[in-house]
Write a protein that binds this ligand. Structure first.
Ligand code: UDP
Length: 321
């Protein structure tokens, strides 16, 4: 252990993943001492290699399913530990579910022991296949508890329940963000989500794989906007109840494919595959709560600007792989 109990540190569970990388980078800039906890199931050491060289960054290869013991004083805990792409979280659904529920319980116990503030990365998946749009935080969702997405959706719902209960029962200082589809540099090439798949396919001249008829919608948020919202969530005077963070600019999957073809200048064809079971038809955040409570927060990066930055990143990644 690089830190002892005289050091005050911030824990980022799942810190080696796509979002975790960006969060660690911002927190390091603020001069924090970071403990990045990750089992590297979808996180990558490569993402944090540069950080590990720094004095105030420590990496712990640990699965949050197992209880976590940390020597240092802890001010804040960020819980991102869980694979988030359907292609990844469905590989070992039992582990995915336990990561969300047991892993969250272990981190809440740590928050209790250390008297730390803890923020949970929940997801728009808690709304399932929504029957209202846009989705407000007080909508309870339409989720299948017995299907291929349930390990993630119900795991994340269970984690929110634990956050509610630890807050009520033990007075833990909790925060929850419900993250809508987020993209940007540092996504893994084989992540399997729509933006990374389409960009990599377009750059490699391979067919873009649309699942279903491409009429289902998503609202894509650039990573920097999410991180800004998350940091504001950790400020004082923010409520314990969940807050949506996403970009309300809603597009259907066919439109996303067309835009990526245009921005990459690719002439890849489009091929259609069957729609996966329980794939939500629509997703769009109502962000009025975030804007009101997080000092006017709203997304700043438009879709073309964000995609162009992401395309530049993937061009380099493809050359390296
Ligand atoms: N999708 C697609 N082709 C792909 C990957 C995803 O058409 O290569 C669709 C998927 O069926 C879903 C949407 O894009 O309707 C977003 O999928 P993603 O896996 O990015 O995240 P989700 O929002 O479903 O968790």
């Amino acid at each position: 252990m690089k830190y002892d109990n005289r050091v005050r540190c911030t824990i980022v569970a799942g810190g080696a993943g796509f979002i975790g990388y960006h969060l660690c980078k911002r927190l390091l800039k603020e001069g924090r001492n970071i403990v990045c906890v990750d089992n590297l199931s979808t996180g990558r050491l490569n993402n944090i290699a540069k950080f590990i060289e720094e004095e105030n960054f420590m990496f712990l290869n640990h699965d949050v399913i197992n209880a976590l013991s940390i020597d240092c004083d802890v001010d804040e805990i960020y819980n991102l530990a869980c694979p988030a792409s359907p292609a990844q979280y469905q590989k070992d659904p039992v582990h995915t579910f336990l990561t969300s529920v047991v892993g969250t319980k272990n981190l809440l116990e740590l928050a209790k022991e250390k008297n730390a503030r803890i923020l949970h990365f929940s997801t728009s998946e808690v709304y399932g296949n929504p029957s209202i749009s846009p989705q407000r935080e007080d909508y309870w969702g339409n989720v299948n508890m017995y299907g291929p997405r349930s390990c993630y959706d119900e795991g994340k719902r269970g984690a929110e329940t634990l956050f509610h209960d630890y807050q009520e029962q033990y007075g833990i200082d909790t925060r929850i963000v419900r993250v809508f589809n987020t993209y940007g540099p540092k996504m893994a090439i084989n992540d399997g989500r729509v933006v990374s798949n389409f960009i990599v396919q377009a750059l490699q001249g391979k067919p873009l794989t649309i699942y279903g008829n491409g009429k289902q919608t998503r609202s894509l948020q650039y990573i920097d906007d999410l991180i800004e919202g998350v940091l504001r969530m950790m400020a004082d005077d923010v409520p314990h109840t969940p807050i949506n963070l996403g970009n309300p600019h809603e597009m259907n999957i066919g439109e996303i494919a067309d835009l990526i073809l245009r921005l990459t200048g690719s002439s890849s064809p489009i091929v259609y595959y069957p729609l996966p079971q329980d794939d939500p038809q629509q997703r769009c955040p109502d962000i009025s709560k975030a804007t009101k409570l997080l000092d006017g927060w709203q997304p700043r990066i438009g879709i073309e600007e964000g995609l162009l930055k992401t395309i530049e990143y993937f061009k380099k990644e493809i050359l390296l792989n």
